[in-house]
Design a protein around this ligand. Structure first.
Ligand SMILES: C[S@@+](CC[C@H](N)C(=O)[O-])C[C@H]1O[C@@H](n2cnc3c(N)ncnc32)[C@H](O)[C@@H]1O
Length: 204
């Protein structure tokens, strides 16, 4: 049960993600849409976990907006990228399945969050059959009124990603005591769509 399996991300050829975002950032492209939505979901100066943070683009933007942010990422190359690009972003190098309140306290970091940001296809790139376990672990990191913002392609996403129909995702969330409060099709709150899921989860 406590075994930590390899994520789909680790099992795949994933080179190019950090370079693509680095190029977009350097070109001045808008790469923080997820952070804008996350920002309106919380009070000013909230405590936010960027779960599966990659090279840190969303966590760093939320930090810039005045929130207390912790990033967690398993891929050591991306952790190193984040340290170079966003040296002030607190980063825990870990699998999300091993991210516990105790581990965060050990690092003198917050152990309960107003918002967990799980965007950029993290959930469809987690290890096979770990979605419920991952959501349960994140639920246990929520402050009393805390919520989880999730974003993923349910079909035709990243090459290594699984297909994850919204209904299956919602059932997995329900199974671990979470409920879908809102569902949209984009980070600009377009109606639910076939090709992208933006969901806000809360404790049931
Ligand atoms: C496409 S990247 C997106 C990164 C970032 N969220 C963003 O939007 O820029 C997907 C990330 O999910 C991370 N990931 C997937 N499953 C994970 C797990 N169980 N623990 C930690 N990170 C995980 C991968 O390591 C990878 O960095």
């Amino acid at each position: 049960m406590n075994e930590i399996p390899k994520t789909r991300w680790e099992q795949a050829e994933t080179g190019g993600y950090a370079e693509r975002f680095a190029r977009l950032i350097d070109e001045g492209a808008d790469v923080v849409g997820e952070a804008r939505l996350a920002d309106v979901l919380v009070r000013r100066g909230a405590t936010i976990l960027d779960a599966g943070a990659g090279m840190g683009r969303i966590g760093a933007e939320l930090q810039r907006r005045g929130h207390t942010v912790v990033a967690a990422e398993k891929d050591p190359v991306l952790v190193a990228d984040a340290a170079t690009r966003y040296p002030d972003l607190p980063m825990v190098e870990t699998d999300l399945l091993a991210l516990t309140p105790a581990l965060l306290r050990e690092r003198d970091l917050p152990d309960a969050f107003d918002l967990v940001v799980l965007v950029g296809n993290v959930i469809v790139l987690a290890a096979p059959d770990t979605e419920q376990r991952l959501l349960l672990g994140l639920r246990d990191l929520l402050a009393p009124e805390g919520r989880i913002l999730v974003g993923f392609h349910p079909v035709n996403g990243h090459g290594a990603a699984r297909a994850y129909p919204f209904e299956e995702f919602a059932a997995d969330a329900e199974a671990v005591g979470l409920v879908v409060q809102h569902r949209f099709g984009t980070y600009e709150l377009h109606p639910p769509a076939e090709d992208y899921v933006v969901a806000v989860l809360s404790r049931r």
